[in-house]
Design a protein around this ligand. Sequence first.
Ligand SMILES: CCCCC/C=C\C/C=C\C/C=C\C/C=C\CCCC(=O)SCCNC(=O)CCNC(=O)[C@H](O)C(C)(C)COP(=O)(O)OP(=O)(O)OC[C@H]1O[C@@H](n2cnc3c(N)ncnc32)[C@H](O)[C@@H]1OP(=O)(O)O
Length: 207
Amino acid sequence: MSQPTATTPAQPAGTEALAAAARSVVDAVVRAGDHCAERAAELAARLRAIADELDRCAPPLQDRLGEMREFSRSVKYNPVTGPGNPFSPPLDCTDPDDAGDGTVRGAVALGLPYQGPPGHVHGGISALLMDHMMGVANGRAGVPGMTARLTLDYHRPVPLYQELTVTARHRSSDGRKVLTTGTIGAGGETYVSAEGLFIQPRTPLRE
Ligand SMILES: CCCCC/C=C\C/C=C\C/C=C\C/C=C\CCCC(=O)SCCNC(=O)CCNC(=O)[C@H](O)C(C)(C)COP(=O)(O)OP(=O)(O)OC[C@H]1O[C@@H](n2cnc3c(N)ncnc32)[C@H](O)[C@@H]1OP(=O)(O)O
């Protein structure tokens, strides 16, 4: 078997494969819609059985919430880039192509589960992508914080099924206040631009 290269990304394995399969179920459910109405009850029962099997593997919720405080788990299971979370598209920023100016970049194409206006991405999903990527930019700049204010300008509807470039950049810090900007675009056109005010915690997250 050939080794994965930069142009042949590795297939997900383990829990990431599970999340990828669940993600494809969500996508297929929305794409099939009423066209699978006759088989819906049967398919729902099979999916419910799988959910029950997974439930039996899950630790008590408080334990799982405790585990999730670990940074590596927040990376794996977050709802934007997290490969272990079926809710995430996932946005790929494993190769951020950092221009050396602190800009982080990611790529994602969004399907029907993320639709708002017909054929286009829901505005709240754009806000989610922006919030998260600005958080990543702040983390990389060494100034992680909580979102206090998020402002978005929606310049053009964001198309579904088109590779989007998502960028974010830490701009300035004033004490614990952190100013960050971001964009969503494609082919040189900016669909959404964003500005966020983030507040660093009073005590650092980590030494
Ligand atoms: C700390 C957690 C960090 C989270 C990120 C984790 C790791 C980062 C590492 C790597 C990055 C990887 C991934 C990124 C992941 C996620 C990114 C998504 C982030 C989120 O999804 S996060 C959820 C939504 N977010 C909230 O759930 C916040 C609810 N909120 C609060 O928890 C408090 O509200 C808080 C903490 C914001 C401030 O509370 P506080 O007590 O620390 O500070 P305080 O109120 O004293 O304000 C200090 C100065 O900021 C000014 N100020 C405050 N708020 C302002 C506003 N809205 N507009 C204008 N100015 C404002 C004040 O006026 C004062 O200014 P001044 O000093 O000049 O008087």
